[in-house]
Structure formats: structure tokens, C-alpha cells
Design a protein around this ligand. Sequence first.
Ligand SMILES: *Cc1c(COP(=O)(O)O)cnc(C)c1O
Length: 302
Amino acid sequence: MQTQNQKVNLSILNDKGITFFIKREDLIHPLISGNKYRKLKYNILAAKAAKQDTLLTFGGAYSNHIAAVAYAGKQEGISTIGVIRGEELKDKWQKNATLLLARAHGMEFKFVSREVYRNKDAPEFKTELEKEFGHFYMLPEGGTNALAVEGCQEIITDEDASFNVITSAVGTGGTIAGIINASNNTQRVIGFPALKGGFLQEDICKFTNKRNWELQNEYHFGGYGKVSPELIQFINDFKIKTNIPLDPVYTGKMIFGLMEMIQEDCFESGTKILAIHTGGLQGIAGMNALLKKKKQPMLVIE
Ligand SMILES: *Cc1c(COP(=O)(O)O)cnc(C)c1O
């Protein structure tokens, strides 16, 4: 599947001599959008080939990955189990837009404490889960594994060879690893981590040998899932000016950072930039519910 590159027209781009396109991977599907579709593609084929009829995975209450797995499972006739961080959600998950939707698509939940969740990759925990649920095909948190990276390599096509710079938001690093693998060596790939932490560089190196990439660690806005009124304002403005919606957890932070880099002349005049819109728009409803509670500015929806 190939998605379109949409040209962005903003006066600052003219002023700085920058050509800027956004690859609209968010348009793949409203619920299984962007990189989560790419990451699941070969994993679902592998699950089917192994005759597994259940997918089990992990995530927080607002996870795009959880939403995507639930939907894809329903589509493919595969049962899904979500191991969800936060025991306290056991009695109130119905108030969470992402989990409600995942349940509507048939996902079964197991809510665990933050401590159990932290140790979710321990072999003993897998044994425990197998006792409870029987056999399953396990996907890690965020869906990143070698097959996911292979799927993400398909984000970049031959038509993208003319871009000098390619950018992506980064969570676990699987998506950008695929993009790096599919880039050519003269292209510069820039990742914008959506969370704090120095472990990403190493994680990405597990899935790529190439060196034409770097991370911009200045734009996590306090950490994963954290936002500021300035970021929300930026996303709302960007939508008005370009008609492109961004999500507050990943793509909003990336485009914010990229526009600041353009403003600060980090790119020579004549540079052609392609930013990957990895989707994530399903998370807006959940973020708005949180912002409303805190009486902070919310994201504008259609
Ligand atoms: C999960 C996600 C990412 C990060 O992908 P990783 O492969 O975990 O780095 C980026 N953007 C969106 C919208 C996502 O949902």
C-alpha cells in the first residue's frame, strides 16, 4: 500500500526556501492507521502461518497499538488479548475511549499493576499468561519486532528518493528503523522521540546498520503522553493552516520540532523534507478528555 505525499504550503517555507511534504500514512484507516498498520502486517501473516488464533500484546490505556491490534484481530478473525498497564482501570476502563473501542472490536483485557507491567518481558510472566489464556502469538509493547520493522520499510517508496531529509516520530524506534533501512545513504533521517530516555539510540541500532540518521531529543514536551498548551495551540493552528490533523503524542511533537528547526535555519535553502505522518489520531479523544478535566486548552476536531 502506498500513501500520498501532500505538499505543505506555509509562508515560512517560502521564506526559508524549504520544500515540505507530509506522507499521509494517517489516511490508511481511522483506527489502524499509519505505522501500526505497517507493523502488524507481517506479524499477522506470521501468526496465521503458525496457526495461532490469538494475539496477545501490551499497552497503556491510550495506546494506538492496542487500538490497532483489536481492530486488526476483528478484521482477520483472530482473538485479541490486551495486557493493560494500570490495575486501577479494572473498574473504570469504560470511561476510556481507546479501551472502549478495543472492547467493541472484541479485545479481552488483563489489567496489571505498574510493577507487574514493568516486568512483563520476564519469561515467568509469559508462562503465567499461557496458563491463563492458552497459546498465543505475542507482540511486544508498541508492536516492535523484526517483522514490524520489515513492514515499516514499505512506508518509503522509490518516489521518495528525491527528498534530502525524512523525519519520523519515535516511540520504541521500530518505525524509524524501517524508514532508515529503506532510505538511501545520501538522505538524512531525523527522529523526534516522543518520550524521555537515552535508550532509543541502542534500540534503533538493533534493527539497522545504517548511519544516516540522528535523534532530536529536545521535543518530548516532558515525556510520553505529556503535552503543553503551546503544543496544543500549535497543533490547532497547523490544522487550520494546512488542513492536516496531527496527534498530540507523536506527530504533533515531531512537526513542532521540525518547524522550529526550519525557523532556526537548521536546513539549507533548497532542502526537500518529507515528514511521515504515522497516524495516531484515535488518541485525540482520550487526550481531550484528560485536558478537559484539567481545564486546559483542547484539540480542535472537525
Ligand atoms: C506508535 C507510534 C509511533 C512510534 O512508533 P515506534 O515504532 O514505536 O517508534 C509514532 N507515531 C504514532 C502515531 C504512533 O502511534
